[in-house]
Design a protein around this ligand. Structure first.
Ligand code: COA
Ligand code: MG
Length: 289
């Protein structure tokens, strides 16, 4: 469950100190855009220390490396791959070759450090990345690809979309990311909301992301965590409804039936399966009213 995944700049000591106590479902230690070019070495050291000090933490910890097969990217992989991150997040993925390149370097780094191979997460944030989604999703599995993140800030600039609360210019791209993620069983995470003092705006965008089919949202500030947990978590109403569907299909009179009537609405077996999945994946403490 990755409803809320918080970016933490890996060179920001205060943010790193705060991160383990936060209720985010996942953390991304950032070595890319959150750091000035002069901070990269400090960021790698911060990420390594964080990974070593939080081994007992159950929260997935991902590290975003630099982009474009650069020397900074190689240095990031050398530093991080053997330190046991849950995944390495590759930004600006344009083609499957970008993932292959990172994967080969991870393998080399891992041999020296003798640790398990981190998964790969990919940011889709360029027009070419969008055009190559099928190849990236289909072939990425062989390199451990398990998640797509919509890089909405870069996408808006690259596509030259006008900024709008409705994200109208991005909607078709966001849907394509979801479709490809679902087709190849990848987790799909929505992009960040920059105005971290506008909680209502962030909550509305998180709801939109949920409506588009995303599993969760990437975040930049602690005050956005409860908003994403609320938007992407199942509500008590949803839980109650799912339990009702399961109970109905267990009734003798409904055994062997396809579509049934629950409170004047058609419910089908696909809803029964979805209800069972929802209950199986719901921890009581994560429910929202
Ligand atoms: N992760 C962990 N802690 C964070 C945080 C984050 N992303 N953003 C803020 N905090 C902490 C602050 O350190 C501060 O801690 P304190 O209570 O110990 O003082 C507290 O939350 C309140 O922060 P606030 O003063 O409101 O904001 P700020 O000025 O410290 O930081 C940003 C604002 C935008 C610089 C910061 O949120 C940030 O760097 N976010 C991530 C940016 C990023 O990673 N971008 C790349 C991906 S898009
Ligand atoms: Mg970006």
């Amino acid at each position: 469950m990755l409803r809320s995944v918080l970016f933490v700049p890996a060179a920001n000591e205060k943010a790193l100190a705060k991160a383990p106590s936060l209720a985010a479902d996942g953390l991304i230690l950032d070595l890319e855009d959150a750091l000035a070019p002069t901070q990269k070495q400090q960021g790698r050291a911060g990420a390594i220390r964080f990974l070593r000090e939080t081994r007992a933490l159950k929260t997935p910890i991902v590290v975003r490396i630099n982009a474009d097969r650069s020397s900074e990217q190689s240095a990031d992989i050398q530093a991080i791959a053997g330190e046991g991150p849950t995944a390495i997040l590759v930004p600006k993925v344009q083609s499957i070759d970008d993932l292959h390149h990172v994967y080969q370097q991870i393998l080399a780094a891992r041999t020296r450090a003798q640790r398990t191979i981190p998964a790969l997460w990919a940011m889709i944030e360029t027009p070419l990345g969008v055009l190559n989604l099928t190849s990236i999703a289909q072939n990425g599995r062989a390199f451990g690809l398990s998640c797509f993140i919509a890089g909405t800030n870069d996408l808006a600039v690259e596509l030259q979309c006008s900024p709008s609360a409705s994200r109208i210019g991005l909607l078709s791209v966001l849907s394509q990311i979801v479709v490809h993620g679902r087709a190849y069983e990848l987790v799909v995470l929505d992009g960040v909301y920059n105005d971290f003092s506008d909680e209502a705006g962030c909550a509305a965008q998180a709801k939109q992301g949920k409506a588009l089919g995303f599993d969760g949202k990437t975040l930049i500030h602690p005050n956005q965590i409860p908003l994403a947990n609320q938007a992407f978590g199942p509500s008590l109403t949803q839980i109650k409804h799912a339990k009702k569907i399961i109970a109905a299909y267990k009734l003798k009179k409904n055994a062997g039936k396809g579509a049934i009537n629950i409170d004047g609405q058609m419910v089908e077996r696909l809803h029964f399966e979805a209800a069972k999945r929802l209950i199986a994946h719901t921890k009581l403490e994560t429910m929202t009213p």
